[in-house]
Ligand binder design. Sequence first.
Ligand code: GLC
Length: 441
Amino acid sequence: MSASRSDALRVAAECRRVLAGNRQEGISAWDGKQYSFTCPSPTTYPFQWWWDSALIAIALLHVDPELAKQEVRCLLQGVQPDGFMPHMLLWEKSAHDRALAEYSIRLAHPFYTATIQPPVIGRTVERIWDATHDVAFAREVLPPLLRHFDWLDEVRDPDRDGLIAIIQPDESGLDASPKYDAAMGVPYDPPSATLPTLQRSMERLFRTYEPLSLTDQRLADAFLFEDVMVNVIYADALRALARVVRETGGDTNLAAGLEVRRKAAARALVEKCWDEIAGAFWDLSGAREERVKVLTFSSLFPLVLPELDRGIAERLVREHFLNEREFWTAYPIPSTAASEPAFDPAWHTNTTWRGPTWMNVNWYLYWGLRAHGFADIARELARRSVAVVAKSGVREFFDPLTGAGQGARDFAWTTLVLDLIAAEGMTGEDDIRAAAAEVPG
Ligand code: GLC
């Protein structure tokens, strides 16, 4: 199942085709704003999503760094004066009524949602900085971005422990993950009951929280998660932004303030979420911060943080990541461990994050493995990631046992595999461009 050089070239060409085909450009009915971005999938997901676009911009660096910058510029039009950043921007709303009707979302405004998504953007801006050293771009994007990070700190950390909270499962981007089942009252058996129950529960949640503030106890009882993956992405973004602020000659006090928040989040993750016995991290649910002991990729995600204790990183990798009964499947890594009763590799529940493999997860973990000195394992993960796309195309997610493609077609963040191909030197960057040129329009 390892990928050959010709597989890598073919995959790279397919990724280029998808990134070009998913572009959306025009003038929105939203105050005549101009938009130009890469949507997750033209049929299923024609809008601009916060974490999708931040991930897609990283893939775009392997096509044209100017497109990566454009992706971020378009996205940042969504940051509000108070720092709130919606998880979806509905640029071409009227053209996509059907798609819109299928989502369980709440709007804060006719053209954007009332909910958030993980702030991958810090890593994106760092990668653009590394690739271009464009000081003017960094100075342009940092103020709105930092406003959003202030908002997260001020509004989403009511207990002031350094960890930010989500108030609805979609806010992590991991919508139907079984780690939320208990809080949402969702069964995994029979699989046909999972999605309808989740949708009803989501509607109930929206009705509950609309009139409440984040500090209202009723909200904490309804759904309040300090999610490990979200907080790892948050801490990683703070590290990345502090670095970009420093290296672009920004205010050193500002950079130091971001570092203080990063350290607080990273420390709280270990103090509150690390389970020494299980050798895994657990999300915290509700005001009482109950540990949710459902084994998903989130439990391993602190590997992404370079400062994670060496002993903890070793245990995550040896006891779980490389465990064939949990995560080291033929096409790793499953979003939910194969050992969980809710594990649904073949997508029988018809909903997401309950087993299938996603490229954004592999991408983050690839770099985390490398940061902790597991270069060989990272290389094998990259090989298998290329192999699954070579086998099944640029799909939304994949069966972790068979590699079958599932969900949307031409799914844009799956093109992050370009970054793995480049990092492993599976083809040269010139080869990637040449292969793309051979693809018929
Ligand atoms: C699905 C994913 C979510 C993503 C969205 C758009 O809902 O679960 O994480 O942002 O699709 O691709």
